[in-house]
Design a protein around this ligand. Structure first.
Ligand SMILES: Nc1ncnc2c1ncn2[C@@H]1O[C@H](COP(=O)(O)OP(=O)(O)OP(=O)(O)O)[C@@H](O)[C@H]1O
Ligand SMILES: [Mg+2]
Length: 295
């Protein structure tokens, strides 16, 4: 009974991101869409009938118990996994017709950070960030410029020659953030980025993520930290047993213009994306993110 256009069957030349099989034409600000997505491992559903739209510049917390499918959702967005049913559209990339050879192009537009940092521990800070530029073919002079800029931005330029293993957890996560943003991604995915950090250091990390977001990058952050979600949650998506059981928009006080100007001056990932989306109506909603959760 689905009479709305299927992105796989749209006229040749039409941009797949201009159609939404559920609602017709998409909001042009949409940067990520998931349509009726199942992800199955054998008989086990990691995700079930997931529908999600993310606009350019949004900040989304993804919450839910362990095993709910949060990391699986992020792996679908980086196309490390592909839906068993349904499809995922990230920018101009459609999962159902993704060629392996195009995956590096997609990954250029996505920065990822993890709970366990995933850095090259025996290499220095500079190299860790520079590698992200090398793999996409940036020249060495430009690499030096860009790495210097992002390391200054995360406050670690003075430690650029230090081996990663000698840094604190918070510093390592800041290196990971520098690496994630050095290619100026439109999307930053953070999988429990504060999971190994104490509250004060977690706060520094979240502040950096907000500054990145304020400069126009969409941020999707999975977390078990309910205090943080309650304090900052703007849009909160809750997963339970692979299904989205809540998707609420709440009010978060906007940063001051001055703060925003400073952030944008320091970090400008992509000019056209640097406009924050303002939902039509800010509504206060109560989300029981603690309901039945662990961790
Ligand atoms: N490669 C895999 N093979 C088989 N099952 C998997 C695989 N990856 C994930 N799963 C299963 O899919 C479900 C969702 O896992 P996922 O890692 O996405 O959960 P999560 O919400 O990120 O949990 P956590 O909060 O513990 O990180 C789990 O039941 C998990 O065991
Ligand atoms: Mg996980």
């Amino acid at each position: 009974m689905n009479r709305v256009p299927d992105p796989d069957r749209t006229a040749a030349g039409a941009s797949p991101t201009t159609f939404d099989p559920l609602q017709g034409p998409l909001d042009p600000r949409t940067i990520i869409s998931a349509y009726h997505v199942d992800l199955r491992y054998g008989n086990h559903y990691a995700l079930r009938d997931v529908n999600l739209q993310v606009a350019n510049g949004e900040f989304i917390f993804v919450v839910g118990p362990s095993g709910a499918g949060k990391s699986s959702l992020l792996r679908l967005l980086t196309m490390d996994e592909f839906p068993t049913e349904g499809r995922v559209i990230v920018g101009r990339f459609v999962s159902s017709r993704m060629k392996r050879s195009r995956i590096p192009l997609l990954r250029r537009e996505i920065g990822v950070i993890f709970q366990d940092f995933r850095l090259l521990e025996d290499r220095d800070v500079f190299d860790n960030v520079a590698f992200a530029q090398m793999v996409v073919g940036v020249g060495s002079a430009e690499i030096k410029r860009n790495v210097t800029r992002v390391l200054n931005w995360v406050g670690l330029y003075h430690k650029r020659k230090q081996k990663v293993i000698t840094l604190s957890g918070g510093e390592q996560q800041r290196v990971a953030i520098a690496r994630a943003i050095v290619n100026s991604p439109k999307i930053l995915l953070a999988d429990e980025p504060t999971g190994n950090l104490d509250p004060e250091v977690s706060q520094e990390v979240i502040d950096l993520l907000f500054r990145i977001n304020n400069a126009g990058t969409a941020v999707i952050m999975c977390t078990h930290d309910h205090i943080m979600v309650r304090q900052y949650g703007e849009r909160v998506v809750k997963l339970e047993e692979g299904r989205i059981t809540a998707d609420v928009q709440r009010y978060r006080p906007q940063v001051s213009r001055k703060e925003k100007a400073v952030a944008e001056k320091a970090y400008r990932p992509h000019e056209e994306g640097a406009q924050r989306r303002q939902p039509e109506s800010w509504e206060r909603a109560v989300l029981d993110v603690d309901g039945g959760e662990e961790g």
